[in-house]
Design a protein around this ligand. Structure first.
Ligand SMILES: Nc1ncnc2c1ncn2[C@@H]1O[C@H](COP(=O)(O)OP(=O)(O)OP(=O)(O)O)[C@@H](O)[C@H]1O
Ligand SMILES: [Mg+2]
Length: 223
């Protein structure tokens, strides 16, 4: 079967005024459909940079990345934006919800961008709120939620357009141990339901849950 992600010899160099930073060096990686992959490694080893490249949020300096067989390098900005919106869900350490919007409105946003009809959006939002056990907080603004609740809403938002893959960067990094476990359980359930997950983490329990762990060191996959 075609991998969800196929990265070949990916390099990323950031050019700054005084020095070049070689954040990712020659990474090749294939992520299979339904796989649960954890990416671990010390601070500065290039984990977030790699995740950003895999999700098409930034372009590699060299090498190529294909998402569901589509070469990201060959896409126009518009096509890439659309591919991200429809096929990739992102979850971040600091949630990145829009503070003035409610939980429901945050979840609806990616569907509105895709011009999903309002009635269908509402139904899907209710399902997602239920899936992440947040129905009771549907009308709370993001600022009126706890950290764990915000992350559950952020995960629901990432799932709104039924992505082929969920990319998460330290999703439990801001949460206490008990709340982090709830997020782990949610990822486990998503994996069980067939979603493909790539999760960057410093959390040993999260890494232990994944099917495969890759270690990054100095921009390379170390094993
Ligand atoms: N936008 C940027 N411009 C310049 N350098 C950057 C940029 N983003 C990251 N870097 C550098 O690239 C290297 C890899 O950073 P990255 O954020 O990928 O590390 P990380 O493994 O995610 O670290 P952490 O565990 O602390 O989040 C670091 O040396 C960092 O300083
Ligand atoms: Mg990082």
């Amino acid at each position: 079967m075609m991998p969800v992600i196929l990265a070949r010899n990916v390099d990323k160099q950031y050019r700054l005024a005084k020095q070049d930073i070689h954040a990712v060096r020659g990474v090749s990686l294939s992520v299979a459909t339904g796989e649960y992959l954890a990416v671990v490694g010390p601070s500065g080893s290039g984990k977030s940079t790699l995740l950003t490249l895999l999700g098409g949020l930034d372009q590699p300096s060299a090498g190529s990345i294909a998402l569901l067989g589509q070469e990201l390098g060959g896409l126009s900005d518009r096509a890439l934006t659309r591919l991200r919106l429809e096929r990739v869900g992102f979850v971040f350490q600091r949630f990145h919800l829009l503070p003035v919007l409610t939980a429901s409105e945050n979840i609806e946003l990616p569907m509105a961008e895709r011009r999903v009809p309002r009635a269908e959006r509402r139904v899907r939002t209710r399902e997602l709120l239920d899936y992440v056990a947040m129905s009771h907080r549907a009308d709370h603004r993001a600022t009126q939620l706890s950290g764990g609740e915000m992350q559950r809403v952020a995960i629901a938002r990432a799932l709104a357009n039924q992505p082929a893959i969920l990319l998460a960067d330290e999703p439990t990094g801001e949460l206490d141990a008990a709340t982090g476990r709830e997020i782990l359980a949610l990822f486990r359930r998503l994996h069980g339901d067939g979603l493909t997950l790539v999760v960057v983490t410093h959390d040993d329990r999260l890494a232990a849950d994944a099917q495969r762990v890759i270690h990054m060191l100095d921009g390379r996959i170390a094993g």
